[in-house]
Design a protein around this ligand. Structure first.
Ligand SMILES: Nc1ncnc2c1ncn2[C@@H]1O[C@H](COP(=O)(O)OP(=O)(O)OC[C@H]2O[C@@H]([n+]3cccc(C(=O)O)c3)[C@H](O)[C@@H]2O)[C@@H](O)[C@H]1O
Ligand SMILES: Nc1ncnc2c1ncn2[C@@H]1O[C@H](COP(=O)(O)OP(=O)(O)OP(=O)(O)O)[C@@H](O)[C@H]1O
Ligand SMILES: [Mg+2]
Length: 269
């Protein structure tokens, strides 16, 4: 969709702004650098590529033997090597299983998402443990599409210190990754949260990233009415409704928990 694709000059400006912000948060927090969870996917590869140019980055490869593919971990390892960043592999399968074992009331067949969400939450714990130990900040990898769609685990992959690519739609992430010459194997693989075998983002959300991004861009960046969005994007009414529902239902993930206000009581004292 017109406008969504960034010209090279804008891509470069965005890259510089992102790198400056990473430097700033590291300085502001008196940190020695940053940690990042590396999945072998494009979002973490792009953030690691940008961050490694300006601060000391420590990569964490956190496979869950039940659902992480060896190809993904191989791609993550190769990327770390190419970027010249230190990294470590910490298998999280037994940590995740320990949580499941404490709560065997309902099984994964009945409640797949509840089980799946333990994995990103466990990665968050391991990531912050490493960051605390080394005096580093935790880099997030969420992009604008995932943030608006609520397509992330609250306090899991959503639990981070900064979202360097959080204002870039997924299609723009692909553009920037190409511009920065992220390995093609990483750019071209189907996006997957890797929470269960065969999971892909597009199958779970029920639309392609091109469709979702064009709808989000038309609504949130161009301010179009929903009728105009249908004409401008060619997306079906059902897809537009699905996207808008997801945005509405995930509002709670994009803000701090509501504080229950008690000023009514205090003012009467
Ligand atoms: N209105 C509201 N106000 C305040 N809190 C509200 C709420 N509605 C739900 N909640 C809370 O939110 C919880 C549901 O949210 P959450 O626990 O996040 O779970 P949920 O959104 O159901 O699942 C996470 C989704 O993100 C996807 N994901 C996860 C991790 C990584 C990636 C990836 O792309 O790599 C994708 C995953 O496949 C799944 O579709 C509820 O159990 C409740 O605690
Ligand atoms: N096996 C893993 N090891 C380390 N980190 C992981 C692993 N799986 C997921 N993560 C973390 O969770 C984040 C969210 O996953 P997500 O799938 O959205 O991004 P991605 O894998 O980088 O990109 P893609 O959209 O190509 O799958 C990753 O960027 C990474 O930081
Ligand atoms: Mg992934």
């Amino acid at each position: 969709m017109k406008g969504l694709e960034l010209p090279v000059e804008s891509l470069v400006q965005c890259e510089n702004l992102i790198m400056d912000s990473i430097v700033k948060i590291v300085e502001l927090s008196n940190s020695s650098g940053a940690t990042i969870a590396l999945s072998g996917g494009i979002d973490s590869a792009l953030v690691a590529t940008l961050a490694s140019r300006v601060v000391d980055v420590y990569g964490l490869l956190l496979p869950d033997s039940a659902s992480t593919t060896p190809e993904d971990m191989r791609d993550a390892e190769l990327l770390a090597k190419e970027l010249g960043i230190d990294c470590e592999v910490i298998e999280i399968g037994d940590l995740v299983q320990a949580v499941y074992d404490r709560r065997p009331r309902i099984g994964p067949a009945e409640c797949r998402l509840a089980y799946a969400n333990v994995k990103p939450r466990m990665r968050m714990i391991v990531n912050y443990f490493a960051a605390n130990l080394d005096g580093r900040v935790v880099l997030g990898t969420g992009n604008k599409t995932e943030l608006l769609m609520g397509y992330f685990t609250k306090y899991g992959d959503g639990g981070v210190d900064i979202l360097p690519i959080g204002d870039l739609y997924k299609t723009q992430v692909r553009q920037m990754a190409k511009h920065l010459e992220v390995p093609a194997a990483i750019i071209e693989k189907p996006p997957s949260a890797g929470l269960w075998a065969g999971q892909t983002d597009e199958a779970e959300m029920g639309a392609t990233y091109e469709e979702i991004d064009s709808i989000l861009y038309a609504v949130f960046d161009l301010g179009m009415s929903l009728e105009d969005v249908e004409n401008a994007t060619g997306a079906s009414d059902a897809t537009i409704k699905m996207v808008m529902e997801r945005v509405k239902n995930s509002e709670h993930k994009r803000s701090m928990p509501p504080v229950v206000g008690l000023s009514e009581v205090f003012s009467r004292q």
